[in-house]
Design a binder for this molecule. Sequence first.
Ligand SMILES: O=P(O)(O)OC[C@H]1O[C@H](O[C@H]2O[C@H](CO)[C@@H](O)[C@H](O)[C@H]2O)[C@H](O)[C@@H](O)[C@@H]1O
Length: 268
Amino acid sequence: MTEATSLPPLRPGSYAFFFDLDGTLAEIKPQPEQVVIPQTVRHRLGQLARLCDGAVALISGRSMAELDRLAAPLHLPLAGVHGAERRDISGKVLRVNLAPTLVEQLSRYLVEELSVFPGARLEIKGMAFALHYRQAPQHASAIIQLANRLVAQHDGLSLQPGKSVVEIKPAGISKGSAIAAFMHEAPFAGRRPVFLGDDLTDEAGFDIVNELNGVSIKIGAGESRAQQRLQDVQAVYHWLEQTTYQLEQELNRLPLRRAGNESFNRGI
Ligand SMILES: O=P(O)(O)OC[C@H]1O[C@H](O[C@H]2O[C@H](CO)[C@@H](O)[C@H](O)[C@H]2O)[C@H](O)[C@@H](O)[C@@H]1O
């Protein structure tokens, strides 16, 4: 895996950008609600979206409501809850839901079961449940076992391990299928996908991006199927700045090139 540098220059408008959130656009924090995307980074994302006709999406384990809150005032195409919900550029939303009775039953069960592990936290995301143990590392294996047991008992559920968290989500969804769906529709279709992510859930995204001859970038240490690596979130911010600058320069050069060609054609 190589260190990620700038993207190979392509015709402006050739790239589509997909960003994971926690650990990629925002530093990991002790609690999920402490996370922020710095204002300068949101500004840069907006600039990038303008430079590529809106082909910039967030692909996250968080719910879309959370993503909108964290990215405000941007209103980007989104895939939330590891791909269980998706909003396209026109605002159309698609969701994979669990039966309401199952959600209710699992919520009640998990609240009770996690209450015996001080520091553990349950995040209920509608169709998925994140069992956080960042503040209860001594209970990690018991919490993972609990999640495993539940998934084994219910068809239609699957496990998503992450950073100090194990999540229970609908089976058959992934960040990879969310990116693939975006790549079939405007303004993403026909472009080369670039995806940055830091965690296990992002590997499915790297797979599809690799298949589509795109650029996959792993943030931080650890095994990955991504082609390139950036050291940390600060390196992502630097990469984003460089990439936006590069695209802007390429776009700015276009009218000059055309003017130059016209002069050439007219023999001036
Ligand atoms: O796919 P992502 O955008 O990376 O989201 C993955 C999960 O991120 C959040 O949890 C993680 O970040 C928290 C804040 O830094 C941290 O406290 C926690 O330990 C991490 O697991 C979020 O709470 C989850 O819902 C996301 O699925």
